[in-house]
Every structure is written in C-alpha cells, then in structure tokens.
Design a protein around this ligand. Structure first.
Ligand code: PFF
Length: 606
C-alpha cells in the first residue's frame, strides 16, 4: 500500500481540455438508454405528450442535480478526492456522507454488471450485420412467402428467435453451457473497458470519448438522413409523436419520464461527481454541464426519437413499433434492415454506434470505483483494476447465468432505478441543506462562462427535493407492493399452479359458452380462491391431467421468486460491504488526504 497522500495529491490527474470533459460526460450519458430505452418509453407513454413530463423532469431534476453534482465534484477535487465517499466526506464530515458515498459506488458498478452484457450483444449484432449473417437468416425464412405481411411475420419471427438464443432466454445456465460465442464477446467487452480504464482518465477515458462521441453522432446523423428521406416516413413520425394527451393523467407516465431522465443523463448517482472532480478548481461547471446534457438530449430526442420508432412503423407496422427496450432494439431494428435498402450496411453502422455509445457509458460506471480503491486504500491502478475486474466479472456471470426471461437483469435494473432516485435525493439534500443552496450556487458560479440565476438556490432547496420525494412515494406506492409479492416463492408458486389449472378449466368449458360470471363461479368451485392450496386429489379426472404442468409452473414461479430474492440480497450485501469500506477509507486514508489538502486551504466543508 502506498501510504503517502502528499505524493498522491501531486499526481492527481486533471482533464486535458474542456471539450474532452464534455465528451466524457456526454459519453457517459449517451448510451443504450438513449437509443433503445427512450423510443420505447416515449411511444408507449403518450408519444408527443410524453415530452411534457419529460421536459419538466429535465428542468426540475436533470439540470439542477447535474449542476449540484458538478459543483460538489469540483469541490471534492480540491481536497484531492475523486470518489463519491471521499468527495462527500470532504464536504460533510458526518457518517451519512459515507453511506451516501457508498451508494455512489454501488449503483454504477451494479449497473455495469448487466450493461456490459447489452454492450456485448450490440457487438454481436454489429459483427453479424458486417458478415451478412442476418441477410442469410432472412433469406432462409422469407423464401416463398406469399405477401408483405407474411414476410414481416417471418423476418420478425427469425430475429425474435435469434434474440432469444443470443440472450439465453430459454433457460438458466444455457449461455454458460453452449454460449461460447457470447462469452467471448462479453470477455472482449470487459477487455476493451478495462484496458481503457487502466490508461487513466485523460489517456484512457478522455481520449477514447474524444473520437468515439463525434464518430457515433456522425453515424447516427447519416442514418437519420437516410431515414428522413424514406418515402412515407411522415406516417411513422406521426405515429411516434402525435400526442395522446389523456395519458398525462396517468402517474405511470410521469414515473416513466423521470426514470428516463435519471438513467439517460447519468445524473444523481456519482458518475458526474467523479468526473467533475478531475476539473481544475476554476474550470466552468455551469455551461459545461449544460453542454453535456444538451448533447445527450440531442442524441436522445432528435436522433433516436426520429429514427427508431418511425422506421419500425413504416416497415413493420404498429405492433412492432411499440415494443419495449429490448424488443425494439434487438428484434425490431434488425428486422427493419431486411426491408431497408443497404440494410447490412446500415445495420452494422447502427449496432456499431450502439456499441461505441455503450462503451463510453460503461467506462463511466467503472471509474468511480477505481478512484475509490486508489484514493481510499492507496492501491495502485493495476491492483484496483484487477479487483474491480473480478467483482464485476462475478456479477456479470451471475446475470448471464440467470438468463431465463432475463430475470436477473430485470431485477437488477429494477433496484437500480429505485436507488438512482434515492441517491439523487440524498445528493440534492446535501447540497441544498448541508452545504447550503445559496453558498452552493455561489460556488457553482465560480469561473462560470454562464451564471446560474439566484433563484436556482430556491429550486435546489425546495422544488427539486419535493419533486423527487413525490416521485419516490409514487414509485413505491405503484410498484413496490406487486414487486415484493413477486419475491415470495410460496404465493408465486400457488398463483402459477392456480393459473395453469384455471387455463385448463377455461379450455374445458370453452364450448359451453359460459358467461364470464358463470365461468368465474365454475373456476372458484373447482379450484377455490386464488391464494388457496389446491389438493389435486379432489379435482375431477380431466383436470388432474394438468397436474404435472401445474406443478412445473409452480416450481418455476417459486424459483423465479427466489432469484428475485437472491438479486435483492446480493445488492444489499454488496452495499453493506461498500459502507464498511467507505467508513474504513474515510476514517483513515481519505481523512488523511483531506487534512493534507486543507493545509493548502480550500476550507470548504459544511
Ligand atoms: N446514461 C446511460 C445510457 O443512457 O445508456 C446509462 C448509464 C450510464 C447508466 C452510466 C448508469 C451509469 F452509471
């Protein structure tokens, strides 16, 4: 262990240029969330009307929190701190800052554990399009189809099957048994990420993002121009953007919009804290932050918003254009390429740009933890990279292993979405109430190319936290109960068994054409109420035939619930470990470094 903080403070890295830091932060923000998640969210949550809660969330949450995070990060840098726990502890020497700091490590690292798999799948699709693999697949299934509709069905069916196989969705463990190709791709992504991270902030992240970001934006613009010159594209644009105002009454739409802002902008959970700590203490944060956020919005709303759904609607119809994130990304888009002139070329370009976007994002998920290992324990780069490599490889392997129906991935994503809102709330409260909003805004404006107006202090202190708390309560109210229920193996098993028998009963009486009430009464008479245990011995013989299927469904549902528990437990244990490490580091090395820095007099803690 290197125990000399003085040395470290002198050796601290700083961004090389303003454009470099903008591209790095925009690189973190622009990712699969922009190109895959946004179009699905927007089209399914009101089209043009979605933009209202989206823009409100952007203004009340996205921008203010980003400013707070940039300011706190830059301040933390003055104390020689680059990690969440270090920065927050430097600004507020109390125990909660260690726990909140630990969250700033947890969230990005846990997201990385599944994000890297999506990255690998983009690489897989890019290679397939380059090799012409999809063209062969489509040629095989469309030979002799009768009409356009049948062709669409065949192509979508083929991409769907390809997707399910590539993701190993049929059963747990199959990716590790016969998914040799997938494993190699995931390893390649790990290698790419860790080699870049190993090079450091300026020679690794900054350099990579400086060419990757313009390149991917250029590719997206080329694709956009192609798409906008397609005949009839206006019908697709109308399908995507015609507002469905009535949906604005639905709280789910508001939740979806604010969730999208967090995930997409990468604000509130420690990345910006880490990246901005590599700024010089007088570098502008106000305009830089706005530039990075606007780059993200340009890529999300203009590029992704005009490309994905309109084209899907044009070629494949409404049903395929309204799929969710993965369906749109890995089934619909590849299928479009069959109908689009030069499909192979555009397919390879699209998935190539997604891959680049994913790498610039995943790099940012790793840097906070690397900085923590280096600052907090004085580990050398090689050691920290190795430790983080082992931890994330373990998590990614588990996510890959529990791949049936993408269970582990979905559960992890669920908890990360909740933690993002909690983390952001904690940060804005620390900024507004502990540091003090007025003092914070003054600091924000130091060296600013564009000054933040004074009323921002009010927004940060009252409006943003209130908005976040409302979101948090709404989220817990509407999602948590069903979710927690899904974590109970017993009730899940019973429900699945009941559902299988119920299907058999419905099929049995299909010809009797019973009214809905009569059918419900029949079901209850035979099976009892929903949560009741069913005694197979008392069932009529024709229903007993479903016994095996019901047992199997019950077993599977219980095992699914256990996986949900496992994911939850894993995240909780990991968080506890990080709190302990954060506490240890703050008590010793970080405290020490802060004292060193204080001799030079930043004098800023709350
Ligand atoms: N903002 C990224 C995207 O839109 O894909 C996702 C992301 C990046 C999430 C970094 C989390 C993170 F730490």
């Amino acid at each position: 262990m290197n125990k000399s903080p003085e040395l470290d403070l002198e050796r601290k890295e700083k961004w090389n240029s303003k454009i470099g830091v903008i591209f790095a932060v925009a690189g973190s923000a622009v990712g699969l969330g922009n190109f895959l998640r946004f179009p699905g969210q927007a089209v399914n949550n009101g089209g043009g009307a979605f933009m209202i809660p989206y823009i409100i969330s952007f203004l009340l949450v996205g921008i203010p929190i980003a400013w707070c995070e940039w300011t706190m990060g830059r301040l933390g840098g003055r104390y020689g701190q680059n990690s969440g726990p270090g920065i927050l502890y430097a600004l507020w020497r109390r125990w909660p800052s260690k726990a909140v700091g630990a969250m700033m490590l947890l969230i990005p690292v846990v997201i990385y554990m599944y994000y890297v798999l999506l990255e690998a799948w983009c690489l897989d699709y890019c290679i397939e399009f380059t090799k012409g693999g999809f063209a062969d697949l489509f040629a095989g299934v469309t030979a002799g189809v009768a009409d356009h509709d049948a062709e669409v069905q065949a192509v979508v069916g083929a991409t769907d099957e390809h997707w399910q196989t590539t993701f190993g969705m049929a059963d747990h463990g199959i990716l590790l048994q016969k998914g040799g190709r997938t494993i190699w791709l995931v390893l390649t992504c790990f290698l790419v990420n860790f080699v870049i991270i190993y090079q450091g902030v300026t020679r690794g992240i900054e350099l990579f993002c400086k060419w990757a970001m313009p390149l991917l934006i250029l590719c997206a613009i080329i694709i956009l121009v192609r798409v906008l010159t397609l005949p009839n594209i206006t019908s697709g644009l109308g399908f995507m953007w015609n507002p469905k105002w009535e949906l604005l009454k639905d709280p789910q739409v508001w939740l979806a919009a604010s969730g999208q802002i967090f995930f997409s902008l990468s604000v509130g959970f420690g990345l910006i804290l880490c990246y901005s700590s590599y700024l010089h203490s007088n570098d502008d944060v106000v305009l830089t932050s706005l530039s990075a956020s606007s780059t993200n919005e340009f890529c999300e709303v203009i590029l992704a918003g005009l490309i994905v759904v309109p084209t899907a609607f044009l070629f494949l119809g409404a049903e395929n254009a309204t799929k969710g994130t993965f369906g749109l990304g890995f089934v619909t888009i590849p299928a479009i390429m069959h109908f689009m002139p030069l499909g192979n070329f555009f397919g390879a370009m699209w998935f190539g740009l997604l891959f680049l976007a994913a790498v610039t994002s995943s790099l940012s998920m790793l840097q906070p933890a690397i900085a923590f290992l280096e600052d907090g324990f004085g580990l050398r780069r090689r050691t920290s990279v190795t430790i983080l490599g082992i931890v994330t490889a373990g998590g990614a392997t588990l996510t890959m292993f529990f791949s049936r129906g993408l269970l582990a991935l979905d559960h992890t994503d669920f908890w990360c979405n909740l933690m993002m809102i909690v983390a952001a709330t904690c940060q804005v409260l620390i900024f507004g109430w502990i540091i003090g909003a007025a003092r914070g805004v003054e600091e924000m404006n130091r060296g600013a190319d564009l000054r933040v107006p004074k009323f921002m202090a009010f927004v940060i202190r009252f409006v943003t936290p209130t908005f976040l708390l409302i979101i948090l309560v709404m989220w817990s109210y509407s999602k948590l109960p069903t979710y927690l229920d899904g974590m109970n193996p017993q009730t899940q098993g019973l429900t699945a068994r009941h559902a299988t028998y119920q299907e058999a009963v419905t099929a049995h009486y299909a010809e009797a054409e019973l009214t809905e009430e009569a059918m419900t009464a029949r079901i209850e008479e035979l099976l009892g109420a929903k949560g009741d245990e069913i005694d197979a011995g008392t069932l009529p013989p024709w229903l007993q035939e479903s016994h095996d299927a019901a047992e199997e469904a019950g077993r599977q549902a219980s095992s699914d619930a256990n996986i949900a528990r496992l994911v939850f437990l894993g995240i909780v244990l990991f968080y506890i470990l990080l709190i302990v490490l954060s506490d240890l580091a703050c008590r010793h090395r970080i405290k020490w470094m802060i004292q060193q820095a204080e001799r030079a007099g930043p004098g800023w803690e709350a």
